[in-house]
Design a protein around this ligand. Structure first.
Ligand code: HSE
Length: 403
């Protein structure tokens, strides 16, 4: 019998309990014994819950119980999750988590502590919800040099953009539905401003490079400025707008960015809709490999948390997911060093005037006052200079275009 504890009984925590209870028999073969939830930590009152006897609000009870060998931290946020995780690892307990904020911000230290104490810190659920991506990157694609990753990594924003595109819904209505469906973060700003996707990019980039990637160094732009007009103009030109997390290795340097991007209809990520996530990984031997599935929600995320618990029970892996500190100040490329094509929507600007500044452009007119166009590829700095010439007051929006 493997004794486990769940820290946090929110959307994901309740999903973890449900899956373990429903599939206990099925796991006993895979986990080399029954996986049993001995404690659930939550400060709220669950005295009316059918399994009320499992609940505690005292972390020390769990920490000091030598029978507990696996802890699922699904509280989210940095504190108290960080303190609990650190104490658990130092006490020789394995920890699995869906907490991307904690993994992105404190992963380097927690992985080191886990290694020093001969236990595991695992986080399959932190990126892509129910999609296996951490393990495949770390194991199945281990023989590859990963040159590029392009992903829809946030279910909430993909749900919002899909609702705007397909149903003409407003941003606010679509966000509210995503929150009701349990996809959104506690603070939806983390979703809509791209912060959640940025944390996931930091985790993937750290895994790929084996070096810590600070999420604060990743250029991040959310979807709050995207309008129905942008979506319609992009559609006319054969594109959909997606929030894309992008990672590229350029020689030995890393370029990482989160931003809305116009994705051409023939790109596999263009058909990733609603709460689904899609991650396109380019390995030097495999070429493109695509991962697709539900990126948020109770059961998909809980499924990945429980898979890590089973892996620990079955294999007792140590240091499986790993990266280390990174002192190289020149490791990450700045956004100003990158180039893109740009979609620009303007008012009161003629095609001729735009062409005079940008050279050859692809144009889509909506009426005699407004038009949208796509530029040729240029450096970010060059684009800023051209925007100035066009006149900031005439620009309605600017969005990068995927090659
Ligand atoms: N808020 C996140 C999302 C949850 O919408 O993708 C899963 O990480």
């Amino acid at each position: 019998m493997i004794q486990a504890a769940i820290l946090g009984f929110g959307v994901v925590g309740s999903g973890v309990l449900e899956i373990i209870k429903e599939h206990a028999d099925h796991f006993s073969g895979k986990a080399g014994g029954v996986l049993n939830v001995k404690y659930i930590l939550d400060i709220r009152d669950f005295s009316a819950h059918p399994m009320a006897e499992l609940f505690t609000n005292d972390f020390e009870t769990i920490l000091n119980d030598p029978e507990v060998s696996v802890i699922a931290e699904v509280i989210g946020g940095v504190e108290p999750a960080y303190t609990y995780t650190k104490k658990a690892l130092l006490a020789g307990k394995n920890v699995v988590t869906s907490n991307k904020e904690l993994v992105a911000k404190k992963g380097t230290e927690l992985l080191k502590i886990a290694k020093e104490n001969g236990v595991s810190y695992m986080f399959e659920a932190s990126v892509g919800g129910g999609i296996p991506i951490i393990r495949p990157l770390n194991q199945c694609l281990a023989a590859n040099t990963i040159n590029e990753v392009m992903g829809i990594l946030n279910g909430t924003t993909n749900y919002i953009l899909t609702s705007m595109f397909k149903k003409g819904k407003s941003f606010e209505t679509a966000l509210k539905t995503a929150q009701e469906l349990g996809y959104a973060e506690r603070n939806p700003e983390a979703d809509v401003e791209g912060i959640d996707a940025c944390r996931k990019v930091a985790i993937l980039a750290s895994l790929i490079t084996g070096k810590e990637v600070n999420p604060e160094k990743i250029y991040t732009e959310g979807i709050t400025k995207i309008t129905l007009e942008d979506i319609k103009a992009a559609e006319k030109m054969g594109y959909v707008i997606k929030l894309i997390g992008y990672i590229q290795m350029c020689q030995n340097r890393l370029f990482a960015r989160v931003s809305p991007v116009l994705v051409p209809n023939n790109n596999p990520l263009a058909v990733v809709e609603d709460v689904f996530n899609g991650i396109l990984v380019v390995g030097d031997s495999t070429g493109e490999v695509m991962f697709y599935g539900k990126g948020a929600g109770k059961r998909p995320t809980a499924s990945a948390v429980v898979a890590d618990m089973i892996d620990i029970a079955q294999n007792r892996p140590k240091g499986k997911f790993m990266w280390t500190e990174n002192d190289d100040k020149d490791f990450m490329m700045d956004i100003s060093e990158s180039s893109s094509q740009f979609f620009v929507r303007v008012k009161d600007v003629s095609e001729e005037a735009a062409e005079k500044i940008f050279g050859k452009i692809i144009v889509s007119k909506s009426d005699e006052f407004e038009m949208a166009f796509i530029t040729s590829e240029m450096n970010e700095k060059e684009f800023e200079d051209k925007k100035k010439l066009l006149g900031y007051g005439n620009i309605l929006s600017c969005i990068r275009v995927h090659r």
